[in-house]
Design a protein around this ligand. Structure first.
Ligand SMILES: Nc1nc2c(c(=O)[nH]1)N=C([C@H](O)[C@H](O)COP(=O)(O)OP(=O)(O)OP(=O)(O)O)CN2
Ligand SMILES: [Zn+2]
Length: 148
């Protein structure tokens, strides 16, 4: 007797995943300059300096589409293009509509994702995580109880 006769195939047994939600995460990075205004005299963050920022975007859904995914990772390419065009090798003080802290950068990118990715992909933005490199990370999660 062969295994194929005794082991039920997930395909032929019409296997279904248990109820639950899925999260997909993609990471982008870019290099840019910034400084922070309103710092105490002599604070090093007040001087122009640069970081290589890392951005992690996480989308979630309870429903899978296509072959069985929340969205093709490639569907996040527009965010990569936006980061490349708008932020990479730029002075963030000149391009962001707010002071360029990691917190406000995360919120700025979350706003873009809500406007440009959520409806098109049918998935929900869970979080944007921003790191300036090193050990520090900032996470922004949209508050769904408030009007957008
Ligand atoms: N909560 C936040 N704290 C700080 C931010 C921020 O965006 N959110 N930003 C900065 C500055 O960008 C600063 O340039 C970061 O400098 P860095 O040397 O990377 O960070 P540390 O001073 O923490 O690193 P050390 O390991 O102490 O050198 C500062 N804070
Ligand atoms: Zn900095």
């Amino acid at each position: 007797m062969t295994h194929s006769a005794t082991v039920p195939s997930p395909v032929t047994a019409a296997w279904q995943p248990p109820p639950g939600s899925y999260r997909i995460t993609r990471t982008f990075d870019f290099a840019a300059a910034h400084h922070l205004d309103g710092m105490p005299d002599g604070h090093r963050c007040a001087r122009n300096h640069g970081h290589t920022w890392t951005i992690e975007v996480t989308l979630s859904s309870t429903r899978l589409v296509g072959p069985g995914w929340v969205a093709d990772f490639a569907d996040l390419n527009p965010l990569g293009a936006f980061i490349e065009d708008t932020l990479d090798h730029r002075d963030l003080n000149e391009v962001l509509p707010a002071p360029p802290t990691s917190e406000l950068l995360a919120a700025f990118l979350a706003d873009w994702c809500i406007r440009h990715l959520e409806t098109r992909l049918g998935a929900r933005l869970e979080s944007i995580v921003v790191s300036e490199g090193g050990a520090n990370r900032v996470e922004f999660r949209p508050d769904r109880r408030r009007a957008q």
